[in-house]
Unconditional design. Sequence first.
Length: 255
Amino acid sequence: MPRIALGLEYDGTDFCGWQRQRAGRSVQACVEEALSRVADHPVTAHCAGRTDAGVHASGQVAHFDSPSARTLRGWQLGANGYLPPDASVTWARFVPDDFHARFSARSRTYVYRIINQQGRSALYRTRACWVPQPLDAERMREGAQRLLGRHDFAAFRAAECQAKTSVRTLHRLSVEREDRWITIEACADAFLHHMVRNIAGVLIRIGLDDAPPEWASEVLAGRDRRHAGVTAPPGGLCLVAVSYDTAFGLPGASA
């Protein structure tokens, strides 16, 4: 049966997350319902990263199987015709049967955006984390460097995280400032539930000078979520890229 991979983007503000749930509007349900109408049969979609409620995506990848004869353009335009305005298919590609959006992924990249200004923003209230107190990006950068590499990130996982292991490899964790904007970019082989938001919470506290950069190392070594501070709000987080072997030929998704 043919397997199709899709690129997806969505504004997570009004979604309860990717995963289909009994109550609440999920990205998965919207995507599956749209694809099912195009395919004329029930479709199950599998994603690369199960984003939480309020989290956005510009580079999500999903796959599904269908025997229906449709062109790639037909899958993309057809799905977009049935999807709501806050979700869209950005590309479609045929992939081999052994491709899996989640298990074939080599890494995921998330961006967390902070708007650092005294007054709250009306335009970016659901797209960035507002911090009115001055943040020291250099201190945040120093703290971030202490988390790079392969570690047990138990202190940065949510209590309800169902991952079998909390060991992850954090390839990149950068902190950049441009005027009032601070951008945290995190790339890892995989992420735990709330991991990026918990990292952002730790770095924000360091940037506020409430803790030294070394505190990031202490939190990591302690492996205790209770000592890691607050979880940053979901609106600032966006899944921007998923990398795969270039042999799959996925646009904007290979590295």
